[in-house]
Design a protein around this ligand. Structure first.
Ligand code: F6R
Length: 260
């Protein structure tokens, strides 16, 4: 696992946008897995700015969702489908056909979950999966004690996650209890995992995920099992890392041709 400490959220956004643009340079139809929430927004804005400036070609990129609320009405502005279309697909100038996600409105939720895992595999697998991290250590919506081998399925959000996400709704009562999320086993199949964390509120979860044991109680610790995992953290999110000095020195000495 590589840990890169950047000065702030904007620098993290630029770094991850560079990794995505470089990937699309090598593989123009790469499948990019995107997270929602606040943390990845600087990435999407940085990538869209490069597209507008003619510095990146994302025209053949394919986008896939990580997770989705269950039961929000179709077109709800906070459904992750709406968020990804608004924050990623439209700003990058892509068509909705380039985008796939699980069906949070399905009558048969288990069938929709299995169909999404199949669709990801049929699309050739995710090339780069961007992840955020919950204050409780979740990735996607794999809450603590999710199986490290889990596939896409329905999960129940913790009270902490519902409180954290209440800011996107009129209040906590409007935050759905249930979600569909790619499982940890599904996420681990992506070729490159990039976890981005910013702000002091994530420092404890980041330290446990990076420097603690691999344990289902900290779902993000599963990244330790992946052969190509990159954790990009700002100074605040890095503030509890015991090995911060080593991570800084390693990145400073990294050959520039290597990329993330
Ligand atoms: C959302 C997702 C979640 C978020 C996490 C952090 O698609 O996968 O794991 O990344 O809850 O959310 P923010 O970035 O809003 O703090």
């Amino acid at each position: 696992m590589e840990v890169v400490i950047v000065p702030d959220a904007a620098a993290g956004g630029e770094l991850v946008a560079t990794a995505m643009a470089d990937l699309l340079g090598r593989k123009p139809d790469a499948l990019l897995g995107v997270a929602t929430g606040s943390t990845p927004l600087p990435v999407y804005r940085a990538l869209a700015a490069r597209v507008r400036a003619g510095e990146a070609d994302v025209s053949r990129a394919r986008i896939c969702q990580l997770d989705e609320y269950v039961g929000l009405p179709a077109g709800h502005p906070e459904s992750y489908r709406s968020v990804v279309l608004r924050e990623v697909v439209e700003p990058l100038g892509l068509s909705p056909d380039s985008f796939m996600g699980p069906d949070g409105g399905a009558e048969d939720v288990p069938a929709a979950c299995a169909a999404y895992d199949r669709a990801l595999a049929e699309a050739g697998g995710v090339d780069l999966q961007l992840l955020g991290i919950g204050t409780d250590g979740h990735i996607g919506f794999n809450e603590p004690c999710s199986s490290l081998a889990s596939r896409t399925r329905i999960k129940t959000l913790t009270e902490q996650t519902r409180q954290d996400n209440a800011r996107f709704f009129d209040g906590i009562d409007d935050v759905p209890h249930h979600v569909i999320t790619q499982g940890i086993g599904t996420i681990l199949e992506a070729r490159h995992l990039v976890l981005l964390a910013t702000g002091e509120a994530k420092a404890e979860a980041v330290a446990l995920a990076v420097e603690g044991p691999v344990a289902a109680v900290v779902p993000a610790s599963a990244l330790q099992l992946h052969p190509h995992a990159t954790v990009v953290v700002d100074e605040a999110a890095a503030s509890r890392l015991k090995l911060a000095g080593y991570f800084r020195a390693t990145y400073a000495a990294k050959p520039s041709w290597q990329g993330l």
